[in-house]
Design a protein around this ligand. Structure first.
Ligand SMILES: Cc1cc2nc3c(=O)[nH]c(=O)nc-3n(C[C@H](O)[C@H](O)[C@H](O)COP(=O)(O)OP(=O)(O)OC[C@H]3O[C@@H](n4cnc5c(N)ncnc54)[C@H](O)[C@@H]3O)c2cc1C
Length: 478
């Protein structure tokens, strides 16, 4: 038996609220206190406090959160409007869920006609456009700048029931204009020899599905955004958590975001795109009298990355059909024994996803569990991910994975919404404060469409995709 070890993950900067800096420590404490005592912070202040840091700057739009969603919003505003933008993050880009993302921009697990369908279609188109633009620049093109791979995807099943589901899904997606084909076990074997689904299984093949690398994509977006800094249109503030909103004493309108080190005035809009941290941040922002509670919560996920893995050759991105329920359900199959005090639900679920990235690393996923913001590596989860992959790729069963030697394990907190769709819209009664979060396991794929939508909302445009399913109004208030 061979022994496989994981690759080494870059040691990302600390997750939000666990930064070693005194300011973010203070912030973490105040948020904890706010949970205990229910909104004790005087968050909506009418003017900066005497102890506030002096660094004041003025922008058209202030974005809180520099994950893929916040950075994409900034990018869209910079590219498509004359507005200036400041982005503030408690840590650094990719320290949230974004840095854990596997990178599939797939339609295979989506449902035509669902609330998120149009956003997914539009967003994928925007990724295609960006990739074409990068390819047009020559050099390494989209592959180098975005980790862009045109592998297509296979949604796979191992039983006749699952194959029946795939046949039906292929029909529905084809009717919705997606290039989709259903494969029986024999045709599937010809396309993806390393995959084993038994005689009764098969797959739905979507040749036009794509993948990105989250780190490369974020780096490209940051580069674009930063190119507006010399023109005075862009400012990025990292390791500087947002702490409160400042209102005008005269009009009562929200005017600025106070961070640990800065006061950022946003003439036109303030966008909260702080992923799974948005609920607690809004509590701090809106104060004790607010009835608005956006129930986004962290859904922890583990991914395994095996560097330059040549023991398995994959031609496509692969996902098991059970993923579709796995993503939507609160929990399913695999109860695990590990518990922590933060557990809200000690059942975890694992569903197989497998991709090879442009560097030849095998990325295996993924788990879903509610464990608060714990970043602890759970070896039993890793073993379950590995074992689950072994059910589909027999070659892995001959390799002994040394989890103690593991170096790259990605852990992130998906912003989970109980009703299964993002929140994108204005806060009721605050004409200039917007929220963009709750993308769960689809934030990479949906980020560019979300950015376009937020830009349209700020400009008062109608928008290409209907805003209604994502709005806050009548969804959470009261
Ligand atoms: C294991 C795993 C695999 C995934 N795979 C995929 C995939 O293949 N395809 C896909 O589309 N999606 C995938 N996702 C989901 C995707 O990663 C997320 O939906 C997406 O990254 C969410 O982006 P975000 O910007 O909303 O949140 P985040 O990336 O979490 O960013 C939020 C940011 O807000 C900052 N913040 C928090 N509090 C404050 C504060 N007070 N002030 C300022 N900043 C603050 C944080 O530091 C953070 O940087 C995956 C997720 C996981 C965990």
């Amino acid at each position: 038996m061979d022994v496989a070890a994981f690759t080494s993950a870059p040691n990302l900067s600390p997750s939000p609220f666990t930064s070693g800096s005194p300011s973010s420590r203070a912030h973490r404490l105040s948020l904890r206190a706010s949970r205990r005592r229910r909104h004790p912070l005087p968050a909506l202040r009418s003017h900066p406090s005497a102890s506030a840091p002096a660094s004041v700057s003025h922008h058209d739009v202030v974005v809180v959160g520099a994950g893929i969603v916040g950075l994409s919003i900034a990018r869209h505003l910079l590219l498509h409007t004359p507005l200036s933008v400041a982005v503030a993050d408690a840590a650094v880009p990719c320290s949230g869920a974004t840095g854990a993302g596997q990178g599939y921009v797939w339609m295979s697990h989506r449902t035509p006609g669902s609330d998120t369908w149009e956003l997914a279609v539009r967003s994928k188109q925007l990724w295609e456009d960006l990739a074409a633009e990068m390819d047009g620049l020559g050099g390494g093109g989209a592959r180098e700048s975005l980790g862009w791979m045109k592998t297509g995807s296979l949604l796979v099943g191992r039983t006749s029931e699952e194959l029946a589901t795939l046949v039906e899904k292929t029909k529905v997606l084809s009717q919705a204009g997606i290039n989709a084909e259903c494969l029986d076990a024999t045709s599937l074997h010809a396309l993806e020899p390393a995959l084993s689904v038994g005689n009764d299984g098969g797959a739905m093949f979507l040749p036009d599905d794509r993948q990105i690398d989250a780190f490369q994509a974020v780096s490209l977006i940051e580069k674009t955004n930063s190119s507006y800094s010399p023109k005075g249109r862009y400012m990025a503030l990292y390791n500087d958590p947002a702490m409160s909103l400042i209102r005008s004493e005269v009009t009562g309108r929200v005017e600025a975001v106070q961070t640990s080190k800065n006061i950022l005035y946003g003439r036109k809009a303030i966008v909260v795109a702080s992923g799974a941290w948005t609920r607690s941040l809004l509590h701090s922002f809106l104060g004790p009298n607010s009835t608005l509670d956006i129930p986004v919560k962290p859904r922890k996920g583990h991914l395994l990355v095996l560097e330059k893995f040549d023991r398995l050759k994959l031609n496509h991105g692969i996902m098991e059909v059970g993923y579709v329920d796995h993503q939507g359900a609160k929990s399913n199959s695999l109860p695990l024994s590990s518990k922590s005090n933060e557990d809200e639900d000690d059942a975890s679920s694992i569903s197989m996803t497998a991709t090879l990235n442009t560097k030849g690393h095998l990325v295996l996923g993924s788990s879903r569990e509610f464990k608060g913001f714990s970043r602890e590596v759970d070896k039993s989860i890793l073993k379950s991910i590995w074992d689950r992959a072994g059910n589909f790729f027999p070659a892995l069963n001959n390799i002994c994975l040394d989890i103690d030697e593991a170096k790259e394990i990605r852990i992130g907190h998906r912003p989970y919404m109980p009703d299964g769709k993002p929140v994108i819209g204005f806060v009721p009664d605050m004409s200039n404060v917007l929220i963009a979060t709750g993308h769960e396991g689809s934030g990479l794929a949906l980020s560019l469409g979300t950015a376009e939508m937020v830009t349209d909302m700020i400009l008062g445009n109608a928008g290409r995709v209907d805003f209604t399913p994502f709005s806050i109004e009548n969804r959470f208030s009261g």
